[in-house]
Design a protein around this ligand. Sequence first.
Ligand code: FES
Length: 193
Amino acid sequence: MSAQIHGTQHFDEAVREKLAFSPEALQTIQKLMSRYPEGKHKAALIPVLHVAQAEFDGWLSAEVMDLVADTMKILPIEVFEVASFYSMFNLKPVGKCQLEVCRTSSCWTRGAEDMVEYIAKKLNIKDGETTPDGMFTLKTVECLGSCGSAPMLQCGAEYHENLTEEKIDTLLERYRAEGTRKNYTDLDFKNSK
Ligand code: FES
């Protein structure tokens, strides 16, 4: 069923059968769903997709979307519709640190284009590409709501504002030294009831 529903995405039944959320992730998902009345729990889909993306290497394969659908008892196409609409969800593998540089007006007029070019040159990748070591993905996105501190970029739960080439150098060095995946959920849900 899912192979057709996910359209162009490759779906592997054998991979899907082995896929499961960790107990911690499942607990978080159940907590998120419990915020909504019976029959309305689909409203939790966006935060649930964040949990799923963090759980499975920063992207949502067809198998992961199918797992989300089964867990939430909704159709895989409902998951795909949301996952394919928002830029924060990735439908293909990405680097551990996804550098999302805002390209909307405030950031653009304050030098975002130069920042994108600087990162691209430094990492030897283009917009949308990932470094061969799997560490960084460069992605340009629409306004991230931090226009007063333009130009800026987001990486996981962190905002980096008033960007300069020096700040980018320091940031990339830190991320390389840490070597860990940065997720949107790094700050979320931990203290939620
Ligand atoms: S224009 Fe860049 S954060 Fe709004």
